[in-house]
Design a protein around this ligand. Structure first.
Ligand SMILES: Cc1ncc(CN)c(N)n1
Length: 201
């Protein structure tokens, strides 16, 4: 398998994600306070677990492919850009969130670094693509541009580049293909879409 075989999945899922009202709302400034509170509550929890899974994945990689400064990323700045109210701290973790994280946990627990990387990739990659697309469309200076700036930033984009380079190398080293890598990657993308859908409160 190669990266190119996954691109149709990515393109199809990204087209759906870009239509989501919350995503378009980041561009045009039209997202209710309740939706922003709900999204930030879910994402605050999600990012915390995700970063731990990324650390575990990094350790599964051969030494020469590991990333050194893994914990440098902090998405609270992006969250603050969406101006949540204090209410967000009272919001419980949603089922869509638990279900996404369970998919990631179960995949990383298999201990196959390629499967782990492909489960985590839609998370990192889709936000980079969303932010680049919104920037090209032109984001109103509504404060939400801070969110776009965070994910178009070189520091964030470099994690995406590293992820794909690593996946390319792991594919090249693989003799056989025991796991259904395309479906692991696609399932994460479906959870990404569900995450945006759930944010419409
Ligand atoms: C659900 C989700 N997916 C992706 C990202 C970007 N790291 C995020 N913050 N939250």
């Amino acid at each position: 398998m190669t990266r190119e075989e996954l691109m149709p999945i990515r393109d199809h899922m990204m087209a759906a994600i870009m239509q989501e009202p919350f995503v378009q709302g980041i561009r045009n400034g039209k997202i209710s306070q309740a939706s922003r509170d709900y999204y930030v509550a879910q994402d605050h929890y999600y990012v915390d677990v995700f970063m731990r899974l990324l650390d575990q994945t990094n350790v599964q990689l051969p030494l020469e492919l590991r990333r050194k400064e893994m914990t440098a990323s902090n998405e609270s700045d992006a969250h603050l850009g969406l101006a949540p109210s204090e209410q967000y701290q009272q919001i419980a973790v949603g089922e869509h969130n638990t279900s996404y994280l369970n998919h990631l946990r179960a995949t990383v627990a298999q201990g196959d670094p390629l499967a782990s990387m492909l489960a985590l990739l839609p998370c990192t990659e889709s936000y980079g693509l969303i932010a680049q697309d919104l920037q090209q469309q032109g984001v109103a200076s509504n404060g939400f541009n801070v969110w776009v700036d965070y994910y178009t930033n070189q520091a964030y984009q470099s994690v995406i580049d590293w992820s794909w380079r690593t996946v390319d190398q792991l594919f090249a080293q693989k003799q056989s293909a025991p796991a259904d890598y395309a479906s692991i990657y696609e399932t994460s993308y479906q959870h990404e879409l569900a995450f945006w859908q759930a944010a419409n409160q």
